[in-house]
Ligand binder design. Structure first.
Ligand code: UDP
Length: 466
């Protein structure tokens, strides 16, 4: 055995530069490091600066001498709230800047494998001929992944593009979702971005394996469909729960790219148990001012205490119009607004009853783990599919989908937090227990992570033999 097989396996991890992607891939990184693997984490300069400013990531990771950040300069740093902006990042900025860099790293360093965000197809091209296996980590749900994968079948069968304007028309050619998927639940982006994400998704079988941040009890029928195309799948989620289950410390490892306002925990401490609606739309979603005001009226009129995350850049074209006085009054009485919350801690707080969410996949999983029912208002992409599953398949809440009229917001919040409170609390608790079971010893995600780690270690041995 030479030096190569004696030294720990070295994994390059490369997420798409956005909050949800960086967060879940850093959780995976911590799990690999704590199991004796070395990791180099590729990160944009902007995200690195923000992580350094707002988290303890450097001190947390300093206990692992085999960890380092590799900082990438020169990437697009604008908003990613439209398909056009996403396209720019996926097709232009990232491949141009990162392909040569990645290739050099793969050729010049000892790398056991590359775990690349599955939305970055160029990673496969960069690794071509280097002999380094590429594993795709897809940070979305299996159901959203599968919906993207099936877009060509929808085009072939004539279901796409739509004829007519009825968005409630059922979609028949996404296997496993017949009977509940409607046009309005498809993962919409701009046409160009949808084509790009679809064609990258279709390249997944070229990767050595597919890693998903989900668990079998949540998505097994859809996972069986994906398995027909991608033979090697590791379902290892919910990763944040797996990290907690395996850590000695039960505290949360924050990977926030925004400054957390922890005063909201003090506010939650003063509220009645199971009384508060937590409202957050993640890191990318934007609202028009009209939408903001509709949500606000709905929240105030629902009569429920609410904790609302309003990021500095949540509202488009903010003008300085005064907020109507009844909203200010209602918020003073029952509301609390922060720019960014310690979300995992908020969802785990005993005062929280329900989550009004855009159904980004991290938020959805975080809600599931804490047994918090959801009110869904999806913004774009995978969130549309997730929110349909929340209501129609998992029965974990109600989906407002694409409207946020104040009356609808008020009624749906009351429905989830009052009228059907017990029903949703029970189904959410059932799913939370399954999620926790999956990441504890003997559970499916626990065993799959062990298998992934062993398989990575074996890659070194194999490359040594060949
Ligand atoms: N998040 C947070 N504080 C907030 C809002 C969001 O810590 O005030 C975290 C949340 O816990 C999740 C991530 O940001 O881990 C958002 O990822 P998600 O996939 O839900 O949505 P995205 O931001 O990608 O749309």
């Amino acid at each position: 055995m030479d030096k190569k097989t004696q030294s720990p396996s070295h994994v390059l991890i490369f997420p798409f530069p956005a909050q949800g992607h960086v967060n879940s891939m850093l959780k995976l990184t911590e799990l690999l490091l704590s199991n004796g693997l070395n990791v180099t984490f590729l990160i944009s300069a902007n995200d690195h600066n923000r992580l350094s400013s707002y988290t303890t990531v450097h001190s947390r990771f300093s206990v692992y001498p085999g960890f380092k950040f590799h900082i990438i300069n020169g990437l697009y740093e604008g908003p990613m709230n439209t398909g056009e902006n996403l396209s720019l990042m996926i097709e232009d900025s990232l491949p141009k800047v990162a392909t040569p860099l990645l290739r050099n790293l793969l050729l010049d360093t000892h790398v056991t494998c590359l775990i690349a965000d599955g939305i970055m197809g160029f990673a496969l091209d960069a690794a071509q001929g280097t002999g380094v296996p590429v594993l795709f980590f897809r940070t979305i749900s299996a159901c959203a992944f599968w919906a993207y994968f099936c877009i060509p079948e929808l085009i072939e069968s004539g279901e796409l593009p739509f004829e007519g304007t009825n968005m409630d028309e059922p979609i028949l050619n996404v296997k496993g979702m017949e009977g509940f998927l409607r046009r309005r639940d498809l993962p919409f982006l701009s046409n160009q971005a949808l084509q790009q994400v679809t064609s990258i998704t279709r390249r997944t079988p070229e990767a050595h394996a597919l890693i998903l941040n989900t668990f079998d009890d949540l998505e097994s029928p859809i996972l069986s469909q994906i398995q027909k195309h991608c033979f090697s799948i590791y379902t290892i989620g919910p990763l944040h729960a797996q990290l907690k289950a395996r850590s000695l410390s039960k505290s949360t490892s924050s990977n926030s790219l925004f400054q957390e306002d922890k005063t909201c925990i003090g506010w939650l401490d003063q509220q009645v148990p199971k009384s508060v609606l937590y409202v957050s739309f993640g890191s990318i979603t934007t609202l028009t001012r009209d939408q903001l005001i509709e949500f606000w009226h709905g929240l105030v009129n629902s009569g429920k205490p609410f904790l609302w995350v309003i990021r500095d850049d949540l509202v488009l074209n903010t003008d300085k119009n005064k907020v109507p006085s009844e909203l200010e009054e209602g918020t003073k009485e029952r509301g609390y607004i922060v720019g960014w919350a310690p979300q995992e801690a908020v969802l785990a707080h005993p005062s929280v009853c329900a989550f009004l969410t855009h159904n980004g996949w991290n938020s959805t999983l975080e809600s599931i783990v804490e047994g918090i029912p959801m009110v869904s208002w999806s913004f774009f992409a995978d969130q549309q599919v997730n929110s349909r599953f929340v209501e129609a398949v998992w029965k974990l809440g109600l989906d407002m989908k694409d409207t946020c009229d104040r009356k609808i917001v008020e009624n749906i919040v009351r429905e989830v937090m009052e009228v059907r409170k017990m029903e949703f609390a029970e189904s959410a608790l059932r799913m939370a227990n399954l999620a926790k079971k999956s990441v504890n010893e003997g559970g499916s995600s626990y065993s799959n992570l062990n298998r992934l780690i062993e398989d990575i270690k074996m890659m070194d041995v194999r490359s040594e033999d060949s």
